[in-house]
Design a protein around this ligand. Structure first.
Ligand SMILES: C[S@@+](CC[C@H](N)C(=O)[O-])C[C@H]1O[C@@H](n2cnc3c(N)ncnc32)[C@H](O)[C@@H]1O
Length: 389
């Protein structure tokens, strides 16, 4: 267990124990729980999971800072990059944001769309957390003019009717409950969570056909077999998830931005314990069993798997590039200009956080797909690195 993390207060400890009790009960009833189920409960158990309970998660007072939280430049740049596609699609367009976080992206993107005369007809947010939805709604109503805020609506599930427009997700794929696997005597095992006295412990059990098949697919694609003891993450459900969220997008584009690697880097032989990272009050640690419900749990994204899923769902591949180059090629520096000296210095610092290789510039990457649209995201295609996928 990490020893250098700040201690939660009494309320937080009580909250975590309540979630732990729920997990224990499920394990008592069904036996050891797949890690993906444990992660799902830790993040999304109604009222108790990390994203479902009322704590501040984003920004200085929370556990981590995302690109839209740094300031308005990220959302403004992406709005500018999408504006030509929205205009080409005509009047009846939607912008669908998955996982709206604090609502920062929606507010800044809608302001920019309004300034550019490219407002989508509706701005839809698919957000599983009731707490985050309430925060998003409150912020949008507070910060946007009424006629713009009126375009925003929340969805419980992906759109069922055919629609046109743009689908966007920043740091959502890394929050999908991931499967962890390992190899023993050449066989694929899936990591589970069990109870040992007061504690949760990891146990490995033979993988089912879905997980084993997904691991074997990766081995075939890499041209090597994982050695015994190698442990990593995989999202066997990714193709089905993507198909579910994007199937009804009749004409338009989708963009996913997240931290991750092309497959060959994701599964480097020396990365023997995967990519899982937990965040608690701006400290990263590697123990997801520590204070369940209080800690964010994420895994890096295998961008090759995401590319396969997008193409498998019937989309055309547009491009794959590091966030920094993508934003710079999409007009970020023009937006960083400001007459006010203090504001200019602030924006310069924001540009550095978004683009420098040691900050978010290379660790975060963007991948896009389209259907029935040409010339999508010119700035992304300019730095396309899809040969690495
Ligand atoms: C790390 S936060 C990122 C929030 C925001 N996009 C940002 O960049 O600040 C992950 C977000 O994804 C949401 N989320 C998780 N799983 C999701 C899913 N299957 N569909 C849509 N949103 C999801 C979470 O509730 C949360 O809002």
């Amino acid at each position: 267990m990490p020893t250098t993390l700040p201690e939660p207060d009494a309320d937080e400890r009580a909250h975590s124990r309540e979630l732990a009790a729920l997990i224990r009960n499920e394990i008592a009833a069904n036996g050891p729980m797949p890690f993906s189920r444990y992660m799902m409960l830790c993040l999304y158990a109604p009222g108790l999971g990390y994203y479902s309970a009322g704590r501040a998660k984003f920004g200085a007072a929370g556990d981590f800072v995302t690109a839209p939280e740094l300031g308005a430049l990220y959302a403004r740049t992406l709005a500018g990059a999408f504006a030509p596609s929205l205009r080409e699609l005509g009047d009846d367009t939607d912008f669908l944001e998955l996982g709206g976080g604090s609502g920062a992206f929606a507010v800044d993107a809608l302001r920019e769309f309004a300034a550019l005369g490219a407002l989508p007809n509706r701005y839809l947010i698919l957000e599983p957390s009731a707490d985050l939805r309430a925060r998003q709604r409150e912020r949008i109503v507070r910060e946007l003019p009424q006629d713009v805020a009126a375009r925003v609506a929340w969805l419980d599930r992906p759109p069922e009717q055919p629609w046109r427009g743009v689908l966007f997700a920043n740091e959502v794929v890394d929050a999908l409950p991931t499967t962890r696997f390992t190899l023993r005597e050449g066989e694929v095992f899936e990591e589970h969570v069990d109870v040992d006295g007061e504690h949760f412990v990891r146990v490995d059990r033979p993988a089912d056909a879905l997980v084993a098949g997904a691991v074997r697919h990766v081995e075939r694609a890499l041209g090597r077999t994982f050695e015994d003891g190698y442990r990593s993450e995989i999202l066997p459900q990714l193709p089905y998830w993507l198909q579910a969220i994007a199937a009804t997008l009749e004409r338009g584009a989708m963009l996913f931005v997240d931290y991750g690697y092309p497959r060959a880097e994701f599964y480097l032989p020396e990365r023997r314990d995967g990519t899982l990272v937990c965040h608690y009050r701006h400290r990263a640690h590697a123990d997801p069993l520590h204070w369940p419900g209080l800690t964010d749990i994420t895994a890096f994204v295998d961008f090759t798997a995401l590319a396969e899923s997008g193409v498998g769902a019937g989309f055309e591949f547009v491009g794959y590039a590091p966030q920094g180059q993508f934003l710079l090629a999409s007009g970020l520096l023009d937006l960083a200009q400001a007459d006010d000296e203090v504001e200019r210095v602030r924006r310069t610092a924001e540009v550095k956080r978004l683009t420098l290789p040691g900050e978010m510039g290379e660790r975060f990457q963007a991948i896009a797909f389209s259907r029935g649209l040409d010339d999508v995201l010119a700035g992304l295609r300019m730095f396309d690195l899809s040969r690495r996928l």
